[in-house]
Design a protein around this ligand. Structure first.
Ligand code: PLP
Length: 397
């Protein structure tokens, strides 16, 4: 027997399992609502025009593929930092924020987790109940104990705000609290601006370390609106980590473009912190890839392309909202007596639909695939498949 012979099979990823079952289904009308990807009204993952134009510009000036600096492309880091915090913000002006290019939002979270484990090893991590399924595994793999804080209330299909606030107030000083900056995955239930005020106050008062995860900026109310909570946290002066991803907002899933930003209390502290973060990068993958970062930096720094990006992102956001409205309206007709109005209040790509595990199983018999928790991807519905989805749901209710 070798060192490998006793290795057991790892548990299947529940969401990838849905995709496997979906791929094996021979029904031509099958629909996969289990995904975490934006599809356009034709059911395709879009290639944004701003991305194509930036790529054309890059092809016209071919450059050798040298190594990037450990922290990534300087133009990218600067553009991302200004997007996340605002060019005129105190943290940017005073050089208290550092930003490093990361391998998507996941890579940014892992860098932040590894960094925190080095400098706050005794902290425990708190994630929302429920949260993006990779949050727990990721922080555990960095060596942290991971706990839940109250978040979703199935009775109201919204946030159990009293429970959340009580949980924050009960956390020990120095605990790391992972917060979804906007478009909560998986529930679609976000905090109001007033509720954020109270959360920020509780986090600051309790001496917690906030880690804001922003994977869907622009999919909620708008780029500035969705990013507002990050700026509000930054303005408090507490130590802050922010992971952000362009997978969804640029439809660049496979290029792995994201960033980790950390806010320090002085420029000097920020410089020391960056030097340590670079060690984390260096010992993991040395430096990030070139292409995706160049594309995003080009779009963000070129006014016409930036304008185009904002329009294309707005179109994705508007289509999702329109799909929510149409979904609720059609269910009202096809399943009178069942109230899905809450789906309109939810924000971002996902909806906790309230469908039970049994109902999800029955949907699957009709070749409609959703997550067991009832999470559906609103962006996977379109004008062609919406009637099929709604008819199938009406049958299982
Ligand atoms: N954080 C949340 C809440 C997400 O939903 C996702 C992706 O689904 C990520 C992070 C990871 O983003 P990326 O695909 O860029 O690694």
């Amino acid at each position: 027997p070798s060192v490998f012979s006793a290795i057991e099979m790892a548990p299947r990823d529940p969401i990838l399992g849905i995709t496997e079952a979906f791929n094996a289904d021979t029904n031509p009308n099958k629909i996969n609502l289990g995904v975490g990807v934006y599809y356009d009204d034709n059911g395709k993952v879009p290639l944004l025009s701003c991305v194509q134009k930036a790529e054309n510009m890059l092809i016209e000036q071919p450059a050798p593929r040298t190594y990037l600096p450990i922290e990534g492309l300087a133009a990218y880091d600067k553009a991302v930092q200004e997007l996340v915090f605002g060019a005129d913000s105190a943290v940017v002006q005073e050089k208290r924020a550092i930003t490093v290019q990361a391998l998507g939002g996941t890579g940014a979270l892992k860098l932040g987790a590894d960094f925190l484990k080095r400098f706050s090893p005794a902290s425990e991590v708190y994630i929302s109940d429920p949260s993006w399924e990779n949050h727990r595994a990721l922080f555990e793999s960095a060596g942290f104990k991971v706990n839940n804080y109250a978040y979703y209330d199935p009775a109201t299909h919204g946030v159990n705000f009293a429970g959340m606030l009580a949980a924050l107030k009960a956390m020990p000083r120095g605990a790391i609290v992972v917060l979804h900056a906007c478009c909560h995955n998986p529930t679609g239930a976000d905090l109001t601006s007033q509720q954020w005020d109270q959360v920020i106050d509780a986090v600051v008062t309790a001496g917690l370390i906030p880690f804001l995860d922003m994977a869907y900026q622009g999919f909620g109310a708008g780029i500035a609106e969705d990013g507002a909570v990050v700026r509000r946290f930054a303005a408090t002066g507490v130590p802050l980590l922010v992971s952000n991803s362009f997978s969804k907002s640029f439809s660049l899933y496979g290029e792995r473009v994201g960033a980790l930003s950390v806010v320090a209390s002085s420029a000097d502290e920020a410089a020391r912190l960056l030097s340590q973060l670079k060690r984390v990068v260096r010992t993991n993958y040395s430096n990030p890839p070139v292409h995706g970062g160049k594309v995003v930096a080009t779009v963000l720094a070129t006014p016409e392309l930036r304008q185009l990006w904002e329009e294309e992102l707005a179109a994705m956001r508007v289509r999702i909202k329109a799909t929510r409205d149409a979904f609720v309206q059609k269910l009202k007709e096809k399943a009178p007596g069942h109230d899905f109005e809450f789906v309109r209040q939810q924000v971002g790509m996902f909806s906790y639909s309230g469908l039970t595990k049994e109902q999800v199983a029955k949907l699957r018999e009709q070749s409609i695939y959703a997550v067991d928790t009832g999470r559906i991807c609103v962006a996977a519905m379109n004008s062609k498949n919406l009637d099929i989805v709604v008819d199938a749901i009406a049958k299982v209710l």
